[in-house]
Design a protein around this ligand. Structure first.
Ligand code: 6PG
Length: 515
């Protein structure tokens, strides 16, 4: 009864992976410190007709899990590394498991951390495991619990050696494109795999924000019912530049539900009954959204839609506090747009504009996220290829967007690792595509402004294009003031130093006549 794969954590992700791996023919052992959780999983294995329940073993002792692997051969060359996949929340719990499991494992064994984790933390653990000759892999696993069960998109960051060993397993488990290509590839060394997953989530958060903002604009400002919005989203999902966008796909289905959970008979869809606060399982100061926002600042990369989406989540999270602030501000609440009254032909035209605007914002969020990945890859010398990211995001993950991936892939394939640093500078085709959405984004955001509708990610997407397109930004006055109070120095027009270099001119404003 020797196990082939060990899993630590039998929650929805770990449990799903246990069933997925056993469905693919591996004998799997799953450990959880909670007896009930293990029992629940064993019951699921028994009831799942696609799984041979004899291939699934439950453990409440980590030691017993490790001992369930075949005894290691004495002959070095016949040694088969044990593979243990962790599926648990990031942070201290993982440290604890690392401390417990390293002494139980042997040189050459592989631990794959399949949770979301801060990349630098992963690199610490990799160094610690390396001291004992154990390979620690930081791997993003995307697609939620349903993909964990049926095939996720995965981003492993590890040595080439660990990757070569894991490859046949991961390729078997991964989501596949319609052409059968597995959505898993070696991302790079160190924390690069977790980094790419973190930015995947940053992009995901921007997409979530863009879609919730536009759903509200369509419903409350433009007067479409949720059923009409569902049909519209379905048409976007089926055809056009947003074809195959996962969040639009689940969005149109979700909007059709009239009951579920604690909700009964919601005529206009259950969405209207759901509280508007976005909660998080993890500590608010952590998590992929917070880390992405931090990275944007630290790496000095412009990614306003990702940052704005995170801000909206923060604002949304405490409903009571928000209500008190609203009492004090007492400003207008979002209202109906004049465009709600348009005749059908005109309204249809407007909905085409909304389609283009949403495409532009979603495309922009991809560009911003990919720029962060490239910068980090250069800084950390990870050699991540953007084409690889696009390939593994083609199926199984939350930011899957078929038409966009088809557009991006041939353009990114021309570049090597850690390139291009600035997508809109280096790939004119992408800049032109984004530019085509500008007027539509402007129109949609104008409606939001005129109606007091909340649309921070849509606004940030538009301002991103406006500011990076602007040949003469307003920041010259900022330079003047900075130099006035802080001897900051400035450059002179036409004499700008290259790149980020500090200007060499200074004015002693305070000593100027008349000051
Ligand atoms: C994915 C998701 C997933 C996400 C959790 C929690 O790719 O499957 O991004 O990893 O982290 O659903 O979401 P939040 O951290 O955004 O609350």
């Amino acid at each position: 009864n020797d196990i082939e794969i060990g899993i630590v954590g039998s929650g929805s992700m770990g449990g799903g992976m246990t069933l997925l791996f056993s469905q693919n023919g591996s004998r799997v052992g799953c450990y959880d410190y909670e007896k009930e959780a293990v029992e629940k999983l064993m019951k699921e294995a028994k009831e799942d007709e696609n799984v041979d329940e004899n291939l699934v073993h439950g453990f409440t002792s980590l030691e017993k899990l490790v001992n369930a692997f075949p005894k290691a051969s004495k002959d070095e060359k016949d040694k088969k590394p044990r593979i243990v996949v962790l599926s648990m929340p990031h942070g201290k719990g993982v440290d604890k498991i690392e401390d417990q499991i390293l002494p139980l494992l042997e040189k050459g064994d592989i631990v794959v951390d399949g949770g979301n984790e801060w990349w630098a933390e992963t690199e610490h653990r990799q160094a610690k495991a390396k001291d004992k000759g154990i390979q620690w892999v930081g791997m993003g696993v995307s697609g939620g619990y349903q993909s964990a069960r049926h095939g996720p998109s995965m981003s492993p960051g590890c040595t080439k050696e660990a990757w070569e060993y894991l490859k046949p397993y991961l390729e078997k488990w991964a989501a596949k494109t319609p052409e059968g290509e597995p959505c898993v590839m070696h991302i790079g060394p160190g924390g690069s795999g977790h980094y790419v997953k973190m930015i995947h989530n940053g992009i995901e958060h921007a997409h979530l924000s863009i879609l919730c903002e536009v759903r509200a604009l369509l419903h409350y400002q433009l007067g479409l019912s949720n059923d009409e919005i569902s049909n519209l989203f379905e048409s976007w999902w089926k055809d056009g530049p947003l074809r195959g966008n996962f969040l639009i796909g689940i969005g149109f289905k979700g909007l059709r539900f009239k009951e579920g959970g604690g909700i009964e008979h919601a005529q206009d869809g259950i969405v209207e009954k759901i509280e508007d606060k976005v909660t998080q399982d993890v500590d608010l100061s952590e998590g992929t959204g917070t880390w992405s926002a931090k990275e944007i600042a630290e790496r000095h990369v412009a990614a306003p839609a990702i940052a704005a989406a995170h801000q909206l989540r923060i604002i949304s999270s405490d409903k009571q506090e928000r209500s008190k602030v609203a009492d004090n501000l007492n400003l207008p609440q979002p209202s109906k747009a004049k465009e709600a009254k348009l005749e059908k032909a005109e309204k249809d035209k407007l909905l085409d504009t909304v389609h283009t605007a949403v495409y532009g914002a979603i495309l922009g969020a991809f560009i911003q996220g990919l720029d962060i990945i490239t910068k980090a890859s250069q800084d950390q010398k990870w050699n991540v290829e953007l084409a690889t990211c696009i390939k593994i995001w083609r199926q199984g993950c939350i930011i899957q967007s078929d038409a966009i991936a088809e557009f991006f892939l041939p353009l990114f394939e021309k570049f090597g690792p850690s390139e291009p640093l600035n997508i809109l500078k280096s790939i004119p085709e992408i800049a032109k595509e984004l530019a085509k959405t500008y007027d539509a984004q402007k129109k949609l955001y104008t409606i939001a402004i005129e109606t007091d509708a909340v649309a921070p990610a849509l606004g940030a997407s538009l301002e991103y294009i406006k500011s990076i397109n602007c040949r003469d930004l307003n920041t010259n006055f900022q330079e003047l003031e900075l130099d006035y109070f802080g001897h900051h120095n400035y450059d002179l027009k036409g004499k700008a130093e290259k790149g980020h270099e500090k200007g060499k001119y200074h004015t002693e404003f305070a000593k100027m006549p008349g000051v």
